[in-house]
Design a protein around this ligand. Structure first.
Ligand SMILES: [Zn+2]
Length: 214
């Protein structure tokens, strides 16, 4: 941890090159925020609405930070700073996550292998510690390899991700789950993941993404 703190506070800001922090307070304040960061997703087959919340717009330095976090320790540390800010924002807006467990949206194996880590998991861990709730990356799994979502149009995204996740009813029954991801675009991934969790017996599912691309 000392090494990481050292990295965060002794390096220049990735964006303005000031010497304050890898992602300085001033640059964090200029990160684009959505007009409405509270929104609803809809699971058609279950006729169920799911509440979702995103802290930032997937644009500007937020986009650079998320995209580049896989390229090196500096960029990775910058993502952690942004995720912490996002978690503070989430906690300020919603104080009702007491009985929830943060669960990251799992990456498909191919992506995980090439990247080496799951950004959603890092964000979920930070959200969980900030909100004082447990974090469990084992509750939701990928059950099939899917194509990358950005290649597909809005409707095809729902098809592409259909049946992509699996959850054990014995582990999920009665649970309240806060699904966490780095980006929400069409909402197809969140919707499918939430559907899987509800079908496994979850009591309540909500979604949080660090950023949203509309
Ligand atoms: Zn800066």
């Amino acid at each position: 941890m000392d090494k990481l703190l050292n990295l965060i506070f002794t390096q220049k800001c990735m964006f303005c090159k000031s010497g304050k922090s890898l992602f300085c307070e001033q640059c964090l304040c200029t990160c684009p925020v959505p007009e409405n960061n509270n929104y609803g997703l809809y699971i058609r087959s279950l006729k169920r609405k799911v509440n979702a919340f995103s802290t930032y717009d997937y644009d500007g330095s937020v986009r650079v930070c998320i995209k580049e976090s896989k390229y090196g320790p500096k960029q990775f540390a910058a993502l952690k700073i942004l995720a912490y800010k996002g978690a503070v924002n989430l906690q300020t807006n919603h104080k009702f996550y007491e009985h929830f467990t943060a669960v990251p949206v799992p990456l498909n194996k191919r992506k995980f292998r090439s990247r080496g880590f799951n950004q959603a998991e890092i964000i979920a861990k930070i959200v969980a510690s900030k909100c004082g709730i447990p974090h469990n990356p084992e509750l939701l799994k990928r059950s099939k390899e899917t194509d990358v979502q950005y290649k597909h149009g809005r409707l095809a995204r729902y098809e592409n991700v259909s049946g992509a996740f699996a959850a054990e009813p014995a582990q999920i029954k009665g649970m309240r789950i806060l699904l966490v991801d780095d980006i929400c675009t069409s909402g197809a991934t969140f919707t499918e993941a939430a559907k899987t969790l509800y079908e496994a017996g979850a009591d309540s599912v909500r979604c949080y993404s660090l950023s949203r691309r509309v």
